[in-house]
Design a protein around this ligand. Structure first.
Ligand SMILES: [Zn+2]
Length: 226
């Protein structure tokens, strides 16, 4: 899909199918998947809020995602607009002909946790990983996610244009640098957050240093005091 193509609204039947799938995947969240989430810093409560689940009984078109984590992209009312799938196995995903993260072909790229745009006051955070945005939300921050520089579109810039500060949490690698550079070039109020390559992304930073490590990363104390 081109960056300039407007987002087509979903039909009622598409919305119903997504709601049905999300509800059934939520109910199928296994103890193993819940442990996997907790090991990544995501509480049971956050998993419920974000309606995370596991593809137990795949809905039509989801057959190849059986056993994957289902990450719904919810609208501001908590209703799913699309679902992204993440393989929960520690293996070479490419060798098995799938990516670590997968979406359905034809799904328009969307912003994860778009409700944050409506809830946040004057500052908002943007992550590369959906689960990174969940971590920030657990810490009381308003965060959306765009999974990669290639999925940052003009309409996303417009959605965030009203904020006085947009913190951009790119992963500390080349792809993350590209993401931060693309967002900060298109949005005057955007500021990249520096994460340590020795530690890793938002989730790694949170697991290593907790809440303080996250707040120190985007609001260094000397700046807060100034
Ligand atoms: Zn896999």
């Amino acid at each position: 899909m081109s960056e300039h193509e407007p987002l087509q609204p979903l039909s009622d039947s598409q919305r119903e199918a997504l709601e049905e799938a999300t509800t059934s995947y939520q109910a199928a969240l296994t103890a193993d998947a819940a442990r996997w989430l907790v090991a990544r810093g995501i509480s049971r409560e956050a998993a419920v809020t974000f309606r995370l689940g596991v593809v137990g009984d795949p809905h039509p078109g989801h057959g190849k995602f059986r056993g994957f984590l289902a990450i719904p992209y919810l609208d501001r009312n908590g209703k799913p607009l699309m679902i992204r799938f993440r393989c929960l196995q520690e293996h070479d995903h490419r060798a098995l002909f799938h990516g670590k993260y997968m979406t359905l072909e034809g799904d328009a790229p969307r912003m994860f946790n778009v409700g944050a745009v409506h809830e946040a006051a004057d500052e908002i955070h943007i992550c590369e990983g959906e689960l990174d945005a969940v971590i920030l939300r657990m810490l009381g921050l308003y965060a959306v996610a765009i999974p990669g520089a290639k999925l940052w579109f003009a309409r996303h810039r417009r959605m965030l244009a009203g904020f006085s500060r947009v913190y951009v949490w790119g992963d500390p690698d080349d792809a993350g640098a590209e993401f931060v550079s693309k967002v900060t070039r298109s949005l005057r109020t955007a500021k990249g957050v520096r994460l340590s390559p020795q530690i890793g992304d938002v989730t790694d930073t949170y697991l290593a240093g907790g809440r303080d490590a996250i707040f120190d990363a985007f609001k260094p104390k000397e700046l807060v005091a100034a």
